[in-house]
Design a protein around this ligand. Sequence first.
Ligand SMILES: NC(=O)c1ccc[n+]([C@@H]2O[C@H](COP(=O)([O-])OP(=O)(O)OC[C@H]3O[C@@H](n4cnc5c(N)ncnc54)[C@H](OP(=O)(O)O)[C@@H]3O)[C@@H](O)[C@H]2O)c1
Length: 367
Amino acid sequence: MEFSINDLKFMKMAIKIAKKGILRTPPNPMVGAVITDGEKILSFGYHKYFGGPHAEIVALKKLPKTNKKLNLYVNLEPCVHYGKTGPCADEIIKSPIKNVFISTKDPNPLVFGKGIEKLKKSGINVFVGLCEEEAVYLNRVFFYNQIFKLPYIILKWASSLDGYIADSSFQSKWITSQNSRKIGKKLREEVDAVLVGVNTVLRDNPNLDRIKENPPRKEIYKIILDPEGKTPLNYNLFKKGKVLWILKEGIKKKVAENIQVLNFPIENGVFPLKEILKKLKTMEINSILVEGGGKTSSLFLKENLVQEVALFFSPKIFGGGIKNISGLDLNLKSAIKIENYKLRKIDEDFYLRGLICSLELLKQLAK
Ligand SMILES: NC(=O)c1ccc[n+]([C@@H]2O[C@H](COP(=O)([O-])OP(=O)(O)OC[C@H]3O[C@@H](n4cnc5c(N)ncnc54)[C@H](OP(=O)(O)O)[C@@H]3O)[C@@H](O)[C@H]2O)c1
């Protein structure tokens, strides 16, 4: 199907206004809706926060009375089920809308294809695929969660140019500039949890808090992989906030109310990370920022559990110390490839943010 310039323009606007829901809609997706008479925009709306009215309903409520046949542009398939709100497809069918343009199907099994089917059955023309890639990118966390039933993982590190996250003296607490660190810390606002290995806790004693908690988003979980339970209870990250302390089976700890202990078996010397992630998903943890150190990052990458990277490089060469990644031993063919990346310069540092999980894969799996 060929879309017109106007179609493209209106869908791009739907995606642009969908972004206003950023950080407030999870675990729901960001959705925007634009209603036109083919030439002019008559109404628009977006999903503002989790549990709030859906974008289509916001736009329909603001629509002036008209006898014209209208077009709706929406970046995700309208729902057909009763969740926190009623089905959008029913409201569209009752309205003067005759053509619905949708970027992608909704990968949620409760909706997947059913919204499109219902609209078509009522005589509405439905066109799917307009700005598909942009729409999948916008809601990549939601798509990944729905398709794989696992939390979406963003891996972050700050390293020297030759890939060291700490020098051999361990005196290198801040490798990158203050502004890079600020951006790094802000990443915590995008996710439900931050995770580190125990060596990082023992070396750096971080608090792992967000710069600012941001209601109505849930308070961040701070997760430590600490098989032997080595972290002293007076360490900073235990002092406030919600902590998940992951210990090996059989290790018991008496902890304060804000700390929850989860025990997992050790298999071949390591935790079964995928099982841990499945458990975390049942606790409504849909996205996690893995902040190192090197061993922890390597194990996540080794098990193909990382979907996105946020990497800071300082133009320094250490020539030794703690490596950002080790033990993967991939070759040119099997190397992990970063796609859809953006490279920014922050002060003297380089910041690379890109995807490991291919958008193409998410698009195909959601078809
Ligand atoms: N520049 C940066 O971006 C950055 C970020 C974070 C940390 N760092 C630096 O990195 C250094 C620490 O890194 P590191 O590589 O030594 O250690 P790490 O990754 O912080 O911690 C590794 C330890 O955590 C536990 N662990 C992690 N993943 C596990 C798994 N899947 N299964 C079982 N146990 C697991 C193990 O504990 P056990 O040993 O008890 O088995 C493992 O030895 C510190 O110097 C810190 O300052 C730098």
